[in-house]
Structure formats: C-alpha cells, structure tokens
Design a binder for this molecule. Structure first.
Ligand code: NAP
Length: 258
C-alpha cells in the first residue's frame, strides 16, 4: 500500500532529452515502473538504443524513440501526436532536455544567449504547451528540470542560470493555473550530477569536478530519477508548484576537536 503510492501515477510519459544522463535514467525508471515511455532527443540514432534497451529489458513498460528538438515547435507537436497515436494518451511530461556552456557574461553573444534560453526555457514552454490538452484529460503531471543555478545563480553560466530561473517561475506560475484542472506541475533543481553533460559544460571529467571543484560528492542520475518518480507519483500529491533542490550539502567546515 505504502509502496504503491510511490509508483508513477500514469500509463504514458514523455521524457525529453532522454538519450543520455538524467533523462535516460528517468525514462528507464518509469519503464521499470510499468509506464510506456517516449524517449526523445535531437538525434534518432541517439534515442534508438535507449528505447531498444528498455524493450529488451525486463521493464514492463514499452518504449518509443522519437527524434525531436524541443526548440522546434512543429517537431514538438509531432512528438505529442506520435505519443498519443502509439500509446493512446499522455499522463506525465518530464521536461529534461537542457544544455549549457561556460562563458564570462561579457563573452556571451546574442546567439549564444538565445540558444541556451531556447533549449532550457522555451523548449520547456513548447513541450508543456503542446502537451497540455492531453495532460488535462486524465489529471496529468509535469516534472521540469531546472538547476541550483536557477535558484542561487552561477558564475560563468548567467544565460543558463537565467533560463533555469525562468523554468522555476514557469513551474510555480503554471501550477496555479493547472492545479484546478487536475495537473500538478513541479520541478527538480539538481546540483552537480555525474553525466556526460557536466563533462561537456565544465570542461572537466565528473571525477575532476568531484575531487577539485566541489567539496562534496556529485549526485547520481539514479538519485534524480528517485525524485522524478516521487514527483510523478501520488506520494507527492500535496506538492504543487514546488522547485526541489537536490544538491547534497557541501562539507564547509571540519568537525571541531575538543
Ligand atoms: N548534470 C548536472 O549536473 C545537472 C545539474 C543541474 C541541472 N541539470 C539539468 O538536468 C537536465 C539533464 O542534464 P544532463 O546532465 O543529464 O544532460 P546531458 O547528459 O547533456 O543530456 C542532455 C540531453 O538533452 C538532449 N538535448 C539537448 N538539446 C536538446 C534539444 N534542443 N532538444 C531535445 N533534446 C536535447 C541531449 O540529447 P541529444 O544530444 O541526443 O539531442 C541529451 O539527451 C538538463 O536540463 C540540465 O540542465 C543537470
């Protein structure tokens, strides 16, 4: 009974940006929980192996791989259509697709700024806006992925932090509008999580970040999938419009000696 409340509340989910990292872990977790998942990213060749892996595993959920750039509204509309056609509806949307690069604010070009805001914020708008009609049919759930950068800021990532802060504001604002329609919108703001994306963004390997940049261990994709599963389950039924930071705590002081 208790465990049942922690199962994903729905039969069909889209997880954007699920060819790798956190998105892949969430898609695999949802499928293991019996949910039919649509895995999508900008490259069909990147998502096919993820969907095949789910299909070949013991996971009771099915998987469909769809190529979709979340910044392209036509592609997003086609993604939602393909989902409903294949699985008959849509219950959970995880807006995970995201990207960044590190740069001094002075060096961020208008194009660089637009690219990061488009992927992280406008992409979240496109997917949520396109999926709304279906999510409202069955009391759906939206889980957004932002970042601690969007809560407390981050040096050399002002474009990304601003976009993720926008995702947090979108989460809390939309939650007001959609709660009366039975759709819960919440958000996860991770700290450093060991993924390929971190390596690309920070220009260092996950091991180096762990050892030299932050005095704490990195999170794992499974820990973020745990939280996504919770937010997509009835166990979080009283959470609406929240952004939950999942960032561990830095070891800032040595324990005093007597
Ligand atoms: N890892 C961290 O430390 C961390 C911390 C805070 C927040 N986050 C957030 O958590 C989410 C996942 O991060 P991650 O580290 O797992 O990232 P990742 O390993 O770089 O994966 C990003 C995913 O997004 C896809 N993607 C990128 N641009 C896209 C676009 N325009 N349309 C559709 N898909 C796109 C990529 O696939 P293709 O290349 O195949 O398109 C990939 O599947 C992101 O929103 C990120 O900002 C991560």
């Amino acid at each position: 009974m208790t465990t049942e409340r922690f199962r994903v509340d729905g039969e069909v989910a889209i997880v954007t940006g699920s060819s790798s990292g956190i998105g892949r872990a969430i898609a695999e977790r949802f499928a293991a929980d019996g949910v039919d998942v649509v895995v999508c990213s900008r490259e069909q060749g990147n998502v096919d192996p993820v969907a095949e892996g789910i299909e070949e595993s013991d996971a009771p959920g099915d998987a469909l791989a769809v190529e979709c750039d979340v910044t392209d509204r036509e592609a997003v509309d086609a993604l939602v259509e393909a989902t409903v056609e294949e699985f008959g509806g849509l219950d959970v949307l995880v807006n995970n697709a995201g990207a960044s690069f590190m740069a001094n604010f002075d060096d961020i070009s208008p194009n660089g700024w637009e690219t990061i805001v488009d992927i992280n914020l406008t992409g979240t708008y496109h997917c949520t806006n396109a999926a709304g009609e279906h999510l409202k049919e069955g009391g759906g759930i939206v889980v957004n992925l932002s970042s601690v950068a969007g809560v407390q800021g981050a040096p050399y990532m002002s474009h990304y932090a601003a976009a993720k802060s926008g995702v947090n504001a979108l989460t809390s604002s939309l939650a007001f509008e959609w709660a009366p329609e039975g759709v819960r919108v919440n958000c996860i703001a991770p700290g450093f999580v060991a993924t390929e994306g971190v390596e690309d963004q920070m220009g260092v390997s996950a091991e180096e970040v762990d050892r030299e940049t932050v005095d704490r261990r990195m999170g794992t994709v499974e820990e973020i999938a745990d939280l996504a599963q919770f937010l997509a389950s009835p166990a979080s039924s009283y959470l609406v419009g929240e952004t939950i930071e999942a960032a561990g705590k830095p070891a800032i002081m040595e324990e005093p000696t007597a």
